[in-house]
Design a protein around this ligand. Sequence first.
Ligand code: FAD
Ligand code: NAP
Length: 539
Amino acid sequence: MPTNAEYDAVIVGAGFAGLYMLHKLRQAGRSAIVLEAGSGVGGTWFWNRYPGCRCDVESMQYSYSFSDELQQEWGWSERFAAQPEILRYAEHVADRFDLRPFIRLDTRVTAARFDEQGRRWTVETERGDRFDAPFCIMATGCLSAGRTAALPGLATFEGETYHTADWPAGGVELAGKRIGIVGTGSSGIQAIPELARQADQLFVFQRTPNYSVPARNAPLTPDYETSWKERYPELREEARHSNSGTLYDYGPHSALAVSADERENVYRARWQVGGPNFLRAFNDLSVDQHANDTAADFVRARIGELVHDPAIAAKLMPHGYPIGTKRICVDNGYFETFNRPNVTLIDLREEALETVVPEGIRTCDRTIPLDVIVFATGFDAMTGALTRMTVTGRNGMRLADKWVAGPRTYLGLMTAGFPNLFLITGPGSPSVLSNVLVSIEQHVEWIAECIEFLGDTEIEASEPAEAEWVEHVNAAANQTLYPRAASWYMGANIPGKPRVFMPYISGVGAYRKRCAAVAASGYEGFVLSAPSGLSARRA
Ligand code: FAD
Ligand code: NAP
């Protein structure tokens, strides 16, 4: 019997965004339901169970800040927590704040439609259930729509295939198997050392080499944990107003303002400490090609040292795009893995992949027999989860049609023509360029406050404000080196996707200020309409 139910808000997705949104609305006395495709909460950390998966923002910072009790009572075991621990944390949050009764698992949303007469959203699931509410909140994640490379002949393969972002909950028996892995982005680079330890033979199919820095992961010391917990309120506040939502050690100088020796020492010190802090060594690495080259050269030199065979090292060295303009990878022994006798690097630029065959993968030179193919081929990032649903706004307008030339939002929070539809970490917001938990908290709090302000008034992004914001987001990106890489930030990993830099790059601190100012002005740039249909234009 299909469900037909009404709420104040329907939230799609039970990752960190959906969980906090639900908690916040419930605290405000609102009725809300979360619809989640997975059979558990945790989003990213529910799906990405591949061996080696972990965060690369330090655990003490990659966690919620909204509850001091929560942040004081929870203890992380490692500097960079692994997926099982982050998943346990998400589950703990769901239990601790009594959220589970309001979450429907195994429930994939297929459509959301705005009824202009009834002034409500109707959200439909693949089972035919319908949920109505004045507000619909998409907490569907920027990196949740996995993408398997459409390799020719894939359907003929007689072995097993897996995607890193849809890894079986019980794990996969890999011991003694011949494994091929396609993709050397962050997921591949994390998985490869672990797969190499388990496999009989591992074949790494690399199309584009990536820049990666060592994590130097380690157990969290009680002293380090205490140093954070004692100062959490002040440190969290600093992070909220920082550039990336993470407290890094920002080098104050240009890479070109110091001597070559000094620069080398700075890079060496950061390489030794580990983590993405490396990229904050100088203040112009993301904007000046010459400055950036110095960091890229340094990383290439380290690859040359870590990989014993110079020919393999050369294939692993990235060239042709600035370091950091594809998301920097953070690894645990990635380059060293290529010194193992059971690991073979296939450079697809020299040895083209022709087709998958029943027994493995055929390149232009040979057939490589495989028992398992692992796809670490990424996501239809930022827009994929939204456009895979049929989201229909005013006048029958579909979101996928509206965004055909690239996503258009005002502040990454709403899109014109779709009243009362909020996007958490939507395109046009800092989202994936930040510690995403900081960005999630900021959006959830902004949306909750907005809903309280509205009462039964309707809100919609105005076209002019949206046009201005889209232009501003593009202009900000164009002042950096980021558009020089064919990255998923640019939609370049999806055939046919428009080349538009999707996240907002000017920093979470500046962005937060702008969002707060908009709210304080009575939602400038949004159109608010009273239930009678009389509208108060604030564009
Ligand atoms: P998600 O966690 O992606 O949750 C979205 C949920 O929505 C999913 O559970 C999905 O099933 C559900 N959903 C989507 N569409 C539908 C639908 N149609 N119907 C029903 N449910 C739907 N960020 C960092 O800041 N630091 C890191 O170190 C970091 N590491 C990462 C490592 C990996 C492997 C990946 C993939 C991402 C990483 N990220 C990291 C980004 C990470 O996605 C965010 O930090 C954060 O977890 C996103 O939370 P979310 O709730 O917004 O989205
Ligand atoms: P990704 O960065 O998009 O990498 C996908 C990889 O697959 C690339 O190497 C790509 O090569 C390759 N590929 C795609 N299609 C291919 C094809 N047809 N043939 C051969 N190779 C192909 O995806 P991801 O590694 O899953 O990471 C996505 C994002 O998730 C990261 O950037 C990060 O934000 C997040 N993440 C974070 C962590 C972490 O450490 N915290 C870990 C995992 C993921 P090309 O480059 O040539 O396209």
